[in-house]
Design a protein around this ligand. Structure first.
Ligand SMILES: C[S@@+](CC[C@H](N)C(=O)[O-])C[C@H]1O[C@@H](n2cnc3c(N)ncnc32)[C@H](O)[C@@H]1O
Length: 274
């Protein structure tokens, strides 16, 4: 079959399964099956073999069961990095790229800042900060051994310098840190059914369901931040004002809310008193 025929067939199957972006996903999956980029796939023209077609059909079948595209591909882009991802970790999100952007702003002017990422998952935040601020000394914690194994793989894959610590929240780390960052679980248990099947049925519950982590991190970070050090948190859509109030109530200063590209308030940060 030609590339075009395979794309039409794959797009139809994904469309019938309710996948929100069937054509783009089919392109990603076919390029993956052929071992080329999406651009090369079109430049290559017609030449697909039966083995590649079989691989493509299997990938499409997985995606049609609403497995996240990132898990089917086995890797996902985050800022300048390509990270290994699988069902042990949350798929890194575009709004988390904005959180990293804000962290880099908060670290501006510091040559060798100490940074802590609580709940490292795939390693996305910690690795991107180390990648984009070469002086940053980054340590990250994670309470899921499965997720931590993926973060270890991504430290090796990227060759970046992030120390990983297994444990709850701060895992005994005392700081002082110039920045504590976290994208904690923030889905209320009763809201899980409202989420897309990709999220509700495939991503790890420990990465999704909130059980007081935001408040615990905000409270415990204060004694671990250097004077004037920053806390930056990703928050659920619609929760930014509430989290900003929490931070002010705890004594954080310069509390700021950041919006994602769609204008939704998704990042809250503040500084420990100087
Ligand atoms: C929403 S995911 C974020 C993962 C990654 N930082 C990212 O932004 O893509 C939250 C992560 O925090 C971890 N986690 C949840 N509760 C935790 C706790 N009490 N202590 C440490 N890590 C925790 C989860 O296992 C999960 O990997």
């Amino acid at each position: 079959m030609t590339v075009r025929d395979l794309l039409v067939a794959g797009t139809d199957e994904l469309s019938r399964a309710g996948v929100p972006s069937p054509r783009v996903d089919a392109e990603w999956l076919l390029a993956h099956a052929l071992g080329v980029t999406r651009t090369e796939m079109y430049a290559d023209g017609d030449g697909t073999g039966p083995e590649q077609e079989q691989v493509f059909r299997e990938l499409v079948a997985r995606r049609a069961k609403r497995e996240p595209l990132a898990y089917v591909l086995g890797e996902w882009g985050f800022r300048r990095l390509t990270l290994t991802v699988d069902p042990r970790v949350l798929v890194p999100r575009p709004e988390t790229e904005m959180l990293v952007e804000r962290c880099l702003e908060l670290l501006a002017g510091l040559d060798e800042p100490h940074v802590l990422d609580v709940g490292v998952g795939s390693g996305a935040i910690a690795l991107a900060i180390n990648d984009e601020h070469k002086g940053a000394r980054v340590v990250a914690t994670e309470s899921s051994p499965d997720a931590l194994a993926v973060a270890v793989a991504n430290v090796e894959r990227t060759g970046l310098d992030v120390e990983l610590v297994y444990g709850e929240l701060f895992a005994g780390l005392e700081g002082p840190f110039d920045l504590v960052v976290s994208n904690p679980p923030y889905v209320a248990p009763e809201e899980i059914g409202d989420l897309a099947p990709e999220v509700a049925e495939h991503e790890p519950r420990a990465a999704l369901i909130e059980s007081g982590q935001t408040a615990a991190i905000a409270g415990q970070a204060l004694s671990r931040l250097a004077p004037g050090g920053a806390l930056a948190l990703e928050v659920a859509d619609g929760k930014a004002q509430q989290v900003a109030e929490l931070l002010r109530g705890l004594g954080y200063e310069e509390v700021t809310i950041g919006e994602d590209l769609g204008g939704r308030e998704r990042v809250v940060d503040g500084r420990a008193p100087r």
